[in-house]
Design a protein around this ligand. Structure first.
Ligand code: 4AD
Ligand code: MG
Length: 495
């Protein structure tokens, strides 16, 4: 058979109302699985067709579920098996007199994270089981028995859990977080796609720095010298904007920062729109609309997951809703004044300050404490613009009316800090060449970038949003390492 052709066909939509909808196409002797996965653990031809996430629509029907045992309890001649299949958790009721002896014995043997298949009837269980439904089991088969699963119901420290991240992802908090991350990723793509932005992938291996030379991961690149893992796709995004008008780069970025803060990881995902004929004002507008759209999607699709993460019922949802309003916009000078007063009062109050605290001085970039202090005064994000050019990147355009200020902006989230950084770009060739010299960047590797100013330069702007920072804020995570499946930090490259 011709696999290539069959892959071109759209997969038929799974219809859970059909009995035995195996969703596989039989091409003579070749069986091609579409939709669903093949949990082929010695049980040939088996494929997942029923999912816990759909059970509320299947009350009264017989289904077969497959998954992992998250925990169980028993009472007399009834066992309650909590089955997890990735789409949810289902209470499976195994009554001694309703199943064959073998099934009852197998249920007894199941340990935490053992895998099994159960067939039974879906019945309502309002207030008694997750999702208000449960499965009344008629048959049970074991797939694999797990012994000594390392994450038990007792409390484990974060380091232990991170060391077992490959397993910890099965548990409710990381599970809810990753579902929210998925929704955010789709919302990001939808937002730009709906507005006719082209998805424009930038290279990971690059010949030059984009965001300063101090945080580059480097590797030897054949006979071409050194290559660096991309710190940002922006410079390539600018080439894209000159070709397509509106583009967004969305990919992994790398920073070799020896930073141990809760907001830094060494590998993170960044989405970077870049738009021709857009200025700083337009950039701020785009950022605000974008955040509203993405948070709106989280609220529309992930209230249950927000609830799972919420220790204080409704707080995370309320926090998301509270920022669906116009953001505060503020010139750097105004923010600096507010911070001056804030820290003067704080120091005078005698309140203890963290040992790493450094008093902000006019002209500095904001530190984490400054961002948290400033945003604690508002309940919506604050967009600070016109930062001192001296503390910002070489590619940012200076304001002709305030030459010491860059046409830059950061979106700072309430009591959190920077999630977006962006700017209008320097579009004048001579100015840009001067910036490269000031920043001690070798002009030769930026020749292609300078060409964008030589051949049809236009005003343009863009920004970068750190995906994990946004996930961290939405989920109210203690540390950014929980916002990505497998975090890379100064001390962690395992698992
Ligand atoms: O402010 P940054 O460094 O800006 C840029 O890279 C620009 N080239 C973006 C652009 O204009 N296209 O990074 C942008 C965002 C930050 O606001 C933050 O959310 C995230 O990327 N970020 C990090 N996230 C996690 N860990 C780190 N080490 C991060 N560094 C930046
Ligand atoms: Mg920044």
């Amino acid at each position: 058979m011709n696999y290539e052709n069959s892959y071109c066909q759209a997969a038929p939509k799974r219809d859970s109302s059909l009995k035995n909808p195996l969703n596989l196409i039989n091409h003579g002797s070749d069986i091609l699985y579409l939709n669903g996965f093949c949990a082929n653990q010695g049980l040939t031809g088996m494929i997942q067709t029923d999912y816990i996430g759909d059970l509320s629509k299947q009350v009264g029907e017989e289904v077969t579920l497959r998954g992992w045992l998250s925990h169980k309890r028993s009472s007399g001649k009834i066992q309650f098996l909590m089955l997890r299949d990735g789409t949810g958790v289902c209470q499976c009721v195994v009554m001694k007199n309703a199943v064959d002896e073998a099934s009852y014995a197998l249920a007894n043997e199941l340990t935490q994270e053992s895998t099994f298949a159960v067939t039974g009837k879906v019945q309502e269980a309002k207030g008694k089981a997750p999702g208000d439904v449960e499965l009344f089991v008629s048959k049970l088969e074991t797939i694999s028995i797990a012994t000594d699963y390392p994450i038990t119901p007792k409390e484990h420290g974060i380091e232990y859990l991170m060391q077992h991240r490959h397993l910890w992802l099965r548990h409710s908090r990381p599970w809810a977080t990753m579902k929210i991350r998925d929704t955010i990723i789709w919302a990001i793509r939808e937002f730009f796609h709906e507005r006719d932005f082209i998805c424009f992938d930038s290279p990971i291996l690059t010949p030059n720095a984009a965001e300063g030379t101090s945080t580059l991961f480097e590797t030897k690149y054949f006979d071409e010298g050194m290559a660096y893992l991309s710190q940002s796709g922006q410079l390539y995004g600018e080439a894209g904007a000159m070709a397509f008008g509106k583009v967004y780069v969305f990919g992994p970025t790398f920073r070799a920062e020896r930073s141990k803060t809760k907001r830094h990881i060494n590998e993170f995902w960044m989405v970077e729109p870049e738009v021709a004929f857009m200025d700083l004002e337009g950039d701020m507008e785009l950022a605000e609309q974008f955040i509203h759209y993405v948070i709106g999607k989280v609220l529309a699709e992930r209230l249950a997951e927000l609830g799972t993460l919420d220790e204080n019922s409704g707080r995370l949802e309320a926090r998301c809703r509270s920022i669906l309003k116009p953001f505060v916009r503020m010139h750097y000078d105004e923010a600096a004044k507010i911070l001056d007063t804030y820290w003067d009062e704080k120091l005078a109050s005698g309140d203890p300050l963290p040992p790493t605290f450094k008093r902000f001085e006019y002209g500095d970039d904001f530190g984490a404490y400054d961002e948290i202090a400033l945003t604690s005064l508002y309940d919506v994000p604050v967009i600070v613009h016109h930062y001192p050019a001296a503390v910002k990147a070489f590619y940012m355009k200076r304001d002709p009316n305030e030459p010491d200020k860059a046409l830059a902006m950061d979106v700072l989230f309430p009591e959190f800090g920077e999630i977006i950084g962006g700017s209008q770009r320097e579009d004048d060739l001579t100015q840009l060449q001067a910036r490269l010299v000031e920043h001690r960047l070798p002009e030769s590797v930026f020749e292609w970038y300078l060409d964008l100013r030589r051949y049809g330069s236009v005003p343009h702007a863009g920004f970068g949003l750190g995906l994990e920072r946004l996930v961290m804020w939405v989920c109210d995570l203690e540390h950014i390492r929980e916002a990505i499946p497998f975090p890379r930090t100064l001390t962690r490259i395992w698992p």
